[in-house]
Design a protein around this ligand. Structure first.
Ligand code: NAD
Length: 434
């Protein structure tokens, strides 16, 4: 049984390579399937996405030149409901990358018990290299390239790294304009994470960070960490990282150091999250922030804190960094931030990991609330959004704890087991067509 993930991957034609992100993610899922003794056909179904769509589309730049862009949409699984998952604009976007993130969405949506499947997409582009007009043309042309592969009843994208409310608004506007007049207004539910004025939900912008904080409130005290006075570090200060920091402020937690693509900074007395967010908005990163000292990447990872929150990109906590990490708990706000060798080292060093599909599922949960509000022509106040989000996050944390107890496994395996339990039940109830 121990080599089952490898066997399933071999049957599907993979050359087993544990350093590959897709195999890392699917390997974790298959390991959980094996822990639960789930049927082999379910493992085969989950080991590959249902649809992998690659698009090439031309866009005119401000210079008058045309550039050909590459876009992806991967729809991993829709046994639980319409596909759902973010769109990433980043130079490093690749098919394998998007596939990995699509699997995580299937697992996340199931863990939080949303009636949604898993998908992910993106465009291979550095959005910072484009003007606003070029970004709008790329977003609109990408939407038309996706065509009927997205839709409010079929596949509902959302923001991810490099995209945000404005890009969602351009996508929704393009989709609505391409729809027949009679369905035009239901069309805006094609994406979530829109501006509040155009069908967005209260609380969506902060939702992923808010979800992380609810999980920390629920789990850290029983791991011996009091949020009041806790010290922590952040990898990444974008949407997720900066909201985690802002929402931990009322708990009197101390943000000691931050690293992003522009540098690393430290202030032993604590960094003010709101002032740092304003600096990042203006300067594009944490580098040059005056109320803190600069430090090297190695110094950042070696700094003693109670909690470290990776909130940047995938596979950042590798074996080398895991040897340096100096904290009690790692809460994975980013998707798949820890490599398997990194994870082994953290575990050997007694550092606990709160897994990504649990920690960062707040974003898709509020996206689901937005989709529901659009479809019911309603708008909830922020208190209602937060109350419902807290309920979903606490319930997911309980499910993970129960699975860890039942299968006597670590939190990552437990989170996948709790997600797979629902998927397995629905496959058994629905059967496999024909
Ligand atoms: P973002 O684009 O707003 O921020 C990304 C951050 O990563 C930035 O601070 C950037 O400086 C930093 N970064 C990039 N390269 C880096 C490097 N080499 N070293 C250190 N930092 C680096 O993205 P986001 O929306 O905050 O997403 C962050 C993570 O959370 C991603 O893994 C994303 O998939 C995940 N996530 C986001 C959401 C959401 O709602 N935004 C939901 C679930 C999961």
């Amino acid at each position: 049984m121990a080599d089952l993930p490898e066997n399933v991957l071999t049957e599907l034609g993979f050359r087993y390579d544990p350093s590959d992100l897709y195999q890392q993610v699917i390997g974790d899922v298959l390991h959980a399937c094996q822990t639960m003794d789930l049927p082999r056909h379910l493992q085969l179904i989950l080991a590959q996405p249902k649809n992998e769509i690659i698009m090439h589309f031309p866009v005119q730049l401000d210079s008058g030149e045309y550039k050909l862009f590459k876009g992806y949409r991967v729809q991993h699984n829709n046994i639980l409901g319409p596909y759902k998952g973010g769109l990433r604009f980043h130079a490093g976007v690749s098919l394998d990358h998007v596939k990995s993130l699509a699997v995580l969405m299937t697992m996340k949506n199931s863990l939080v018990r949303l009636p949604l499947g898993g998908a992910k997409g993106g465009v291979q582009v550095d959005p910072r290299s484009l003007s606003q007009d070029e970004l709008m043309r790329v977003s609109r042309r990408f939407t038309s390239a996706m065509g009927d592969n997205i839709g409010p009843d079929y596949d509902i994208p959302a923001p991810d790294v490099g995209t945000g409310a404005q890009i969602m608004a351009w996508i929704a506007d393009t989709y609505v304009n391409m729809s027949p007049a009679t369905t035009r207004w239901t069309g805006q539910a094609v994406v979530t994470g829109k501006p509040v004025e155009f069908g967005g939900s209260q609380g969506r912008e902060k939702a992923t960070g808010q979800g992380v904080v609810y999980i920390l409130e629920e789990l850290l005290p029983e791991m011996g960490i009091d949020l009041n006075g806790m010290t922590y570090s952040l990898v990444g200060y974008g949407n997720v990282g900066s909201w985690v920091a802002r929402l931990l402020t009322p708990h009197q937690s101390v943000l000691k150091c931050v690293i992003d693509h522009t540098g690393a900074i430290i202030n032993e007395k604590g960094i003010d999250p709101v002032k740092l967010a304003a600096h990042v908005d203006e300067m594009g990163g944490v580098g040059g922030y005056e109320a803190a000292d600069e430090m090297t990447e190695d110094e950042f990872y070696k700094t003693r804190v109670d909690l470290m929150v990776p909130a940047a990109l995938e596979q950042m906590i590798d074996a080398r960094k895991a040897e340096m990490v100096n904290c009690k708990v790692v809460a994975e706000a980013a998707n798949a931030p820890t490599t398997p060798p990194g994870e082994r080292i953290l575990k050997d060093r007694g550092i606990s990991i709160l897994p990504a599909i649990l920690c960062n599922s707040g974003g898709v949960t509020v996206s689901y609330f937005e989709w529901r509000q659009n479809r019911q022509a309603e708008s909830w106040d922020e208190e209602t959004v937060d109350k419902n989000l807290r309920r979903h996050m606490y319930a997911a944390a309980q499910r993970v704890k129960l699975a860890a107890h039942r299968y006597e496994c670590d939190m990552r395996t437990a989170a996948y087991c709790a997600a797979l339990d629902q998927i397995d039940k629905v496959y058994k109830i629905r059967g496999i067509f024909p």
